[in-house]
Design a protein around this ligand. Sequence first.
Ligand SMILES: [Zn+2]
Length: 191
Amino acid sequence: MKSLKFIILVLILGTTNSIQAQDWLIKRSVWGSTDSVNADYEHTIEYITIHHGGEIYPDDKNTLEYLKNLQIWSRNSKNWIDVPYHYIVDRHGKIYEGRPLKYRGDTNTTYDPTGHALIVLLGNFEEQELKQEQINSLKTVTAYLADLKSVPSKKIKTHKDYAETLCPGKKLSAYLETPDWQVFLQTTTEN
Ligand SMILES: [Zn+2]
């Protein structure tokens, strides 16, 4: 009986702390987001797709300001409903909430992002080093999404798997080929 109570407690706390509470997530309201509402963009997540920001991102850049400006640019210059990505990871591994997950993302390239949960790691990984804090946070978001949407490992890929692009850059691409990431995928997803 004692052990059963313990198991139930672990289930409740484990779920609440790591998955549902998302205490690792910096919400849209914190970076000054305004809402986007558009039923035409609603989709069902089947894939997790990894990107790099594509521009050199200094470690000390203010990501709250960056996201606010990215939202304004996305709406005014691109006519998108919001920032193009669902989750944004800065150089310190901080994870920010982007476009609401229920809305499909946007892209400057030729693939259709419908059904894709889009994660971006800020930086240009053709040139900049990938930081361990970013890898750790990529794992946090990927594990969360794979569990939430039952995404199998074979549907967790990168932008260049779908479109003509260098994204997510050679250094992040190289990391995703390592045993560290492959073992993570195998142990995280149900397949
Ligand atoms: Zn990309």
